[in-house]
Design a protein around this ligand. Structure first.
Ligand code: BTN
Length: 247
């Protein structure tokens, strides 16, 4: 499936962006590591990835027609964790394009629709002697060829035909984040969180810790009340919630 670059770049300040589209690539995140750009923001998107990478070394299934998108830039201090910000803006982009308010976030940055995972975010950093490159990888399932029970997609909503528009919305929102930051991000994240006030389990290393979800802190870490007066923060881990996919 071809990309329409005119739609993807609509409304962006092109002085900031370099866009490269591919039909086939191993991983858009890896391609961002291999090449450099003289623009502030390098965007790589592919119709299909052969070696898509998920969090925690998992493989990310990326058949043709889905969203495999990476955004690379010289890392700098943001006033919020970039992975949390990306979750919010991708959720907002999908909400606007599909005109739905049921797309949710699951910590740390899974995108959830109808209780199934429809997208994820993988942030990587590459340290060079004079700067650090940040790479924000975004995968969204518009229409999967085969799915395990925990995966969802937007096949019923004509998702594949809206791909360029969704990528454009994500980039417009990313440009605003890059320029202005994001106010009130903890509240924005919590308003969209699928496990607000829920009793959840967090798997970290070999341990599973159960408690009440209390939101995220200034670093984007998850806060869990294990028992009254005992609050634990997590910077990594897998969350499971009753009734929601567990992968
Ligand atoms: C997750 O495990 O939830 C994160 C998945 C991130 C997948 C995206 S697809 C575009 C980019 N390139 C990759 O190889 N991975 C990310």
């Amino acid at each position: 499936m071809q990309f329409n670059e005119e739609i993807i770049l609509k409304g962006l300040n092109l002085a900031n962006f370099e866009l490269k589209t591919h039909q086939l690539i191993d991983s858009t995140n890896d391609e961002c590591k291999r090449i450099s750009s003289n623009k502030d923001i390098l965007v790589i998107t592919a119709d299909k990835q052969t070696m898509g990478k998920g969090r925690k070394g998992k493989k990310w299934h990326s058949p043709e027609g889905n969203i495999s998108l990476s955004i690379a830039f010289a890392d700098r201090e943001f006033d919020l964790p970039i992975s949390i910000a990306t979750g919010i803006l991708v959720k907002d982009a999908l909400t606007e394009v599909f005109n739905l308010d049921s797309i949710k976030l699951k910590w740390p940055n899974d995108l959830v629709f109808e209780k199934k995972k429809i997208g994820g975010i993988l942030v990587e950093k590459e340290v060079f002697s004079n700067y650090t490159k940040a790479i924000v990888g975004i995968g969204i399932n518009l229409e999967l060829d085969k799915k395990e029970s925990w995966w969802g997609d937007f096949g019923d909503l004509n998702g594949k035909n809206l791909r360029d528009k969704i990528i454009n919305k994500i980039l417009v929102k990313f440009e605003a984040l890059f320029r202005d930051g994001l106010n009130d991000w903890k509240n924005l994240w919590n308003q969209s969180c699928i496990h607000n006030d829920a009793i959840i389990s967090v798997a970290r290393n070999d341990e599973i810790i159960k408690g009440k979800y209390l939101g995220i802190n200034d670093s984007g870490e998850l806060l869990l009340e294990k028992k009254i007066g005992e609050i634990i923060s997590f910077s990594s881990g897998e969350v499971s919630i009753k009734g929601i996919y567990n992968k």
